[in-house]
Design a protein around this ligand. Sequence first.
Ligand code: B12
Length: 250
Amino acid sequence: MQNGRGAGQDLTDLERALLSTDRVTAARILAGPFASGVVGVPGLDGSRVPPIPVSRVDNLLVPALRSIGNAWGAGRVALSQVYQAARAAEDIVGAIEAESQLRRHPAPRIGLATLEDHHSLGKRIVSMTLRAVGYPIRDYGAGVSVEALAEHAAEDELDVLLVSTLMLRSCMRVEALRKELDAFARRPRIVVGGAPYLFDGGLWREVGADAMGRSAADSIDLVAETPLAGAAGGTGDAADHAGRDRRRLA
Ligand code: B12
């Protein structure tokens, strides 16, 4: 229970606020018990966004968008409404994307992209979550081709490449990405996430990924497990921190 309201009620209210593109109400619901005073979303009414715990983004905003997607699948809402709701969600995520003051040393070299797909929200939430716990991220954007992503990975000598895909066709492109990366002397670890992998639990292995994350919070542990090139004790330390990081985000 939050503020005497059930989580189910929060979810229903959030869906309603997103569908009516009421960003202020949506931000207030997401802020939950931490909301105080006048709540606004910067860039829309000049006021500040309430402090929204990153865990509420994973646990409330993501299910709300999925539920809106199901309503679309069932013909209860139009694609234009899904689009408007996603735009509202993006504005809120953009407003809370502030850089953390934490800096991790040593940290793996982390790259992130949405592969041949323009469903960019999941990537932004993963990026926001990792930045919030002090990991620097190279974000290559959305709709990135296999070839471009492989080039970035080579240039930046990545330790881990986080790949988000929401469409089945895009998620199958990870196979081609893996082939490109296999040509490297030392390829980055490939960690995937997004809706298709949630529907089919074995798909990440089939496409040649090294690991799969079910949520943005999972990315913390997955990054922490990544061996660092030449950094003594890096993974052990990082893994020890992962549990503390999850608590910090709660
Ligand atoms: C919002 C949405 C849109 C928005 C996207 C806005 C945006 N900027 O992202 C709009 C309206 C533009 C859109 C368009 C389309 N969409 Co759409 N969309 C959705 C919807 C409803 C929600 C997706 C979403 O944003 N979820 C919220 C995010 C935050 O969740 P998430 O991405 O899953 O991310 C979380 C986890 O998965 C994880 N995660 C994600 N990535 C990664 C990566 C790593 C490394 C890790 C560790 C974790 C991780 O962490 C995140 C946070 O917890 C889904 C339905 C669904 N069930 O997913 C359909 C869906 C993805 N869309 C679909 C389709 C078909 C389309 C269109 C082709 C529709 C059309 N006819 O035009 C277009 C194509 C766009 C394109 N070219 O890419 C289908 C895909 C079907 C398929 N099998 O391929 C879906 C599944 C709907 C459906 N049931 O049919 N869409």
